[in-house]
Structure formats: C-alpha cells, structure tokens
Design a protein around this ligand. Structure first.
Ligand SMILES: Nc1ncnc2c1ncn2[C@@H]1O[C@H](COP(=O)(O)OP(=O)(O)O)[C@@H](O)[C@H]1O
Ligand SMILES: [Mg+2]
Length: 206
C-alpha cells in the first residue's frame, strides 16, 4: 500500500479493492484530543463522509464510489478518481471550471447539504467531469447562514490560493451557483456572505 498524502486529519493511501485501484482514507488519532472524544469524532466524521458522499450522487453530483467503511479504524475505502485536483490545474482551466464548481455547490445546497470544506483541492477533474470529495465536515442543513459559510470559504480560498484569477473565478462560480439555486436564494445567500465579511473586517479593526 502506497502512502499518497499525509493530511492534517487523514492519511491517504493508494490500495486495491477487487483488483481495482482504490483510495484508503484513514482518520488518524489526534494526541491533543481526549482519546475517547477523539475516537468519537473520527468515527462520526467517517460515518458522515461515507453517507453524504453516496447521498449526493442521487442529486447528480459525481463523487467516488464507497467500497468499504471500517468504523473501528475510522477508514473508508473508495474509488480512486485518477484525475487532477482543480487546485493544480492551469489558471485558464480553473477559470473555465469555476462555473461548473458553482453549479455543483448549488446542487448540494439546493438539496440541503453543506460541504463544509470547499477548497479547490476537494474537486478533481477526471475525463472532463468534476468530482467532489472530502465530505467529512459536511452537514445536512437548509439554513441559508450555513450555505453562506460554504461560499465564504471557497471565496477565501480563491482569494488566497488563486489570487491572480480571483475576480473571474468568483464571477463564474456565482453564475453557476445562481443558475441552480435561483435568483431569490442567490440574493439571500450572497447577502449573508457580505454580512459575514463585514463582521470579519469589523473584528480585525477592533
Ligand atoms: N477518491 C479519491 N481519488 C483520488 N484522489 C483522492 C481521493 N480521495 C482523496 N484524494 C486525494 O487526497 C487528498 C486528500 O484527501 P481528502 O479526502 O481531501 O482529505 P483531507 O481531509 O486530508 O483534505 C485530496 O486532495 C486528493 O488529492
Ligand atoms: Mg481535502
């Protein structure tokens, strides 16, 4: 088994399942957390991730197939999406894909799912399709405030990791998002994003 990535929360291995290449995501113990609480958190995130990764497929969102869940080890074995994270694509491609990413986020929100960790590393382009991964922090919520938190995070990521193309990616993202959630929800949620931002600015001034 080959270690692909050591993340803050989980280690990612390339393995095989039924002779197919597969990804093993193992949530590691955090020593700074109380061991009982830590085990509970890892188990809960593993359950959440495996459930929501499958649920959103029925809304038309491409995600890896879940092959196996081991709650004792807090691990998920899933289909490998052998593409490239959007984060690592050329700027022109990221600009182009931003509308699709906005559409995918709109589809989650429309169906009452908040992703919780919207970064450009959690979208993988494979065979011209954008796959969404990393649902460990996702939640079932129809609250506009929660959806606004999702948008605020991806906006922040575009602003920091993709600063040079922030304007065009954010514009395209919003176009895609609006086309799915409709103008009323769009206005409500983007207003809440402004509210969060004004609070942030206020907090840094004080
Ligand atoms: N199913 C998958 N197919 C291909 N690559 C994956 C898959 N799952 C994870 N990865 C790779 O591992 C990285 C980390 O996985 P992720 O689920 O996002 O965990 P983390 O919580 O550490 O961000 C991803 O950004 C991606 O590069
Ligand atoms: Mg991730």
């Amino acid at each position: 088994m080959k270690l692909l990535k050591k993340g803050a929360e989980a280690d990612i291995y390339l393995t095989r399942w039924d002779n197919l290449p597969a990804i093993l995501k193992v949530r590691k113990a955090k020593r700074y957390r109380n061991p009982i609480l830590d085990a509970k958190i890892r188990k809960q995130r593993t359950i959440k991730e495996s459930q929501i990764i499958s649920e959103v497929k029925s809304y038309g969102i491409p995600t890896p197939l879940v092959y196996y869940v081991n709650l004792k080890k807090s691990s998920i074995t899933m289909q490998e999406i052998p593409g490239k994270p959007v984060h690592d694509l050329p700027d022109s491609k990221i600009i182009e894909l931003s509308t699709e990413i906005g559409r995918l986020v709109g589809m989650m929100h429309k169906n009452g799912i908040m992703h919780g960790d919207l970064t450009t590393s959690n979208f993988i382009l494979y065979k011209n399709k954008v796959y969404v991964i990393d649902f460990g922090l996702s939640q079932k919520t129809i609250k506009p405030e929660d959806h606004a938190v999702d948008l605020r995070l991806i906006k922040e990521i575009l602003n920091s990791a993709h600063a040079k193309i922030m304007e065009s990616t954010w514009k395209n993202f919003l176009l895609g998002y609006k086309s799915v959630v409709g103008p009323t929800n769009y206005a409500k949620i983007t207003n809440l994003v402004s509210v969060i931002e004004s609070r942030g600015r206020y907090a840094t001034v004080v």
